[in-house]
Write a new protein. Structure first.
Ligand SMILES: [Zn+2]
Length: 63
């Protein structure tokens, strides 16, 4: 089960192929090659990366 790297919530919904959304802290996650890429949706609809906030270990998922 995927956990949000930001808030550790398991309230994560699938929104597309390899794309997930955290309903707890409202960030979008994209999974590519076992790594979670995190994005925050800004008020104007653009995406800003949150990847700098997390270490490589936190962003790696074991399949
Ligand atoms: Zn979250």
């Amino acid at each position: 089960m995927l956990k949000c790297p930001n808030c550790q919530s398991k309230d994560v919904g699938k929104i597309g192929v390899n794309q997930y959304y955290c309903w707890n802290c409202y960030i979008e996650m994209t999974i590519a090659k076992g790594v979670i890429y995190t994005h925050q949706v800004e008020e104007d609809g653009s995406l800003s990366s949150l990847d700098d906030l997390f270490g490589e270990e936190e962003r790696t998922i074991s399949m």
